[in-house]
Design a protein around this ligand. Sequence first.
Ligand code: ATP
Length: 347
Amino acid sequence: MKIDIRNVTKRFGDFTALNGVDLEVKSGELVALLGPSGSGKTTLLRIIAGLEWPDTGHVMFDGTDALSRSVRERHVGFVFQHYALFRHMSVFENIAFGLRVRPRRQRLSEEKIRQKVDELLDLVQLKWLADRYPSQLSGGQRQRIALARALAIEPRVLLLDEPFGALDAKVRKELRRWLRSLHEDIHVTSVFVTHDQEEALEVADRVVVMDKGRIEQVGAPEDVHDRPATAFVHEFIGESLMLPITVQDQRVHVEGRPLSIDPQGAANGAARLFVRPHEIDVVAADGATLTGVVKRVHGLGAARRVEVLLSAPETLVEIDTPRNLPVEVGATIGLKPQRYRIFADPH
Ligand code: ATP
């Protein structure tokens, strides 16, 4: 099912939690809402669910108004960070719950319920746990059962709010791979809230980067990482080396001194130059854009992390260099960005 969110604004008293949000989630897509704490991710998810109503704007499910429908009428499945499994019910009964509470006319026979729960247990690969109680499961198993329970009602939309947030890093990593492959099997339209960029980039078809109640960028994981649309996205996703600059008549200056780079059409005024640590080369001093002194060299594997104290502006930056490049602590080196992006400062 396709979700259309149009110009949604939500205030809590004087505070604007969502500010003119437009988003389209395609049918069968898994979209991640990614942003810092307080950016409005959960509020947007709750509005899609029908647990919260916007002050202005529209939410459409397959082209029809969703706001006039209750949570139940929207056919959404939920998975939250803190597994809401019923403690006094077995795994089997937890998954069967949504099927048993259906209106009488839609209720399935006991045999059909058993068959359906078996299929779901197969899907989440936990058939052997059917008779256990939630307290006898690991955190990761509980979240997989919570997902099976959410899927039992055959939701038109699956909403996941930091579903792996309470788990340790290793289990979290396993579960996000598992969720990705599960999604490739079932293709239910899904919205996944996280503040963990690695998780969003790995799990989602598209990532929605949010800040202060607004959408900063929507794109495939490689788009938001390699082609950030705003300074916020550049700093929030991946690592950045940032220098405050000024642009004047198609010339770039840093601390009043000219910097030999193309301003890429940036308007006159204060701006910021962003480079990823792997997008900068070590070069001879005469061809360098910036110079600095090597402070520390570390890192394993093919790339090496080098900390350089730039002379102007006096800033410590980190760059990645190939292992075979000789770089010594204390040496003065030249740097030249191969790729970079310039964003004007907001007025
Ligand atoms: P987190 O990652 O911390 O969960 P989030 O991006 O999901 O953050 P929201 O939970 O959507 O953020 O909250 C957005 C803002 O709205 C926050 O500043 C929060 O304090 C505020 N907010 C949310 N719900 C309410 C409410 N019921 N009453 C007042 N303020 C609220």
